[in-house]
Design a protein around this ligand. Structure first.
Ligand SMILES: Nc1ncnc2c1ncn2[C@@H]1O[C@H](COP(=O)(O)OP(=O)(O)OP(=O)(O)O)[C@@H](O)[C@H]1O
Length: 376
């Protein structure tokens, strides 16, 4: 654990960048520092690897004051990734990543083998190994930055706005990759961003800082969304808090109805037995959804695909959240969401009303859990 204990940073010109900040950063999780420009995020991150020294307070790594070990030893245990990757322009991609293993005494061959392994780990094709940084896209360069930071296999990764300079689509890919790497490698990651959506997506814990380097709230993302500590946090979180919070509720417990599913070859008897359903979902011979229809508009044995109503975007129960299920239902002209398995085969349908009930049940479970936690 990294423990930031009442740390203040006053720069020589008198600017108080961080003001009596205390945080317990858990191991093997992503902790995000988020807040408006100038609130002291970068200063805080740099105090963890001693690029900046606190004016007051202390930082403990696994119970030991970080000032007790040589700064080089400390930095070797902490990978550091910055915006625009900060790559060595005159070295190939492979050698950029191999730099740290080389510094640590690995042979050139060993270091390059490790670098190639890391390229795959961060989703870079090894055919890029011999290129130079300027021959890569911004997103690819960021991946190289992450690979380089991982090269010495440090337990801690410090990341300062690493994905801010790339477009939203590439950024989403990099975020997904980071979550995957974190799940595989279990690093302790401290991640700085000014983007609250990025914080909510990536953080196991999120520290919201306000200008002047003071902590406004430190909580898991779902808790930030449900119970912002004050109006500053609430404003910073922005609109649609309730909807965004649904991302943290699983869809696995939704009760799916299977009766409204019919194949294109449904016979008269099958259609008649489902005649009371408001809509039927027609599926192809593999069970994939084709579209909705009112039962009396279907002709037994000869269902016309062209006349079906678009079924919208389906969700995968267990993988997707209640937000995805609700989105599917809201976007569907029938008001029903379609559930599919990983292969895209329909496994059932669920109404807006049933999703609404599941949301209420999820809320009351959270409230009960909070009451149990708060009980003496
Ligand atoms: N070397 C320095 N000397 C004086 N003041 C500094 C120095 N570095 C940062 N500051 C000031 O300290 C405050 C916090 O800066 P910091 O870079 O930590 O904020 P930040 O939250 O990372 O901001 P941003 O999101 O804009 O990068 C700012 O007011 C900044 O101007």
């Amino acid at each position: 654990m990294i423990r930031i204990d009442s740390v203040t940073k006053r720069y020589p010109d008198g600017t108080v960048a961080v003001d009596r900040l205390s945080l317990e950063i858990p191991d093997r999780a992503i902790t995000v520092l988020v807040g408006p420009s100038g609130c002291g995020k970068t200063t805080t991150l740099r105090m963890i690897n001693r690029m900046v020294e606190p004016s007051e307070g202390s930082i403990l790594l696994d119970g030991h004051d970080i000032r007790q070990q040589p700064v080089n030893t400390l930095r070797r245990s902490m990978g550091y990734v910055i915006q625009n990757a900060g790559l060595f322009q005159h070295r190939t991609i492979l050698d950029n990543i191999a730099t740290v293993p080389r510094l640590l005494g690995r042979s050139k061959q060993q270091a390059r083998a490790r670098a190639a392994e890391l390229m795959e780990r961060v989703g870079l094709d090894t055919s890029l190994a011999k290129r130079y940084p300027y021959q890569l896209s911004g997103g690819q360069q960021q991946r190289v930055g992450v690979a380089r930071a991982l090269a010495a296999d440090p337990p801690v990764l410090l990341m300062d706005e690493p994905f801010s300079a790339v477009d939203p689509v590439v950024r989403k890919g990099l975020q997904d990759e980071l979550l995957r790497i974190q799940a595989e490698l279990g690093k302790t990651i401290v991640f700085v961003t000014h983007d609250i959506d990025e914080a909510i997506k990536l953080g196991t814990m999120v520290a919201v800082l306000r200008t002047g380097g003071r902590l406004a709230q430190f909580a898991p993302p779902a808790e930030l969304l449900s119970a912002p500590a004050d109006s500053f946090v609430e404003d910073f979180l922005g609109a649609d808090r309730g909807i965004r919070r649904l991302s943290f509720f699983p869809s696995a417990e939704l009760e799916l109805e299977t009766a409204p599913l019919v194949g294109t070859d449904a016979d008269a008897e099958q259609l008649a037995s489902r005649a009371t359903a408001p809509y039927l979902l027609v599926t192809d011979s593999d069970g994939r959804p084709l579209g909705w229809s009112e039962p009396d508009r279907l002709t037994a044995g000869a269902i016309d695909r062209e006349r079906l109503i678009d079924h919208g975007r389906p969700f995968v129960p267990g993988t997707d959240s209640l937000r995805a299920a609700l989105d599917g239902a809201v976007l569907s002209p029938t008001g029903w969401a379609v559930a599919v398995d990983e292969a895209g085969r329909a496994v059932g349908v669920v109404s807006q009303q049933a999703i609404g009930e599941a949301i209420r049940a999820a809320h009351s479970r959270v409230a009960e859990d909070a009451a149990v936690k708060a009980a003496p």
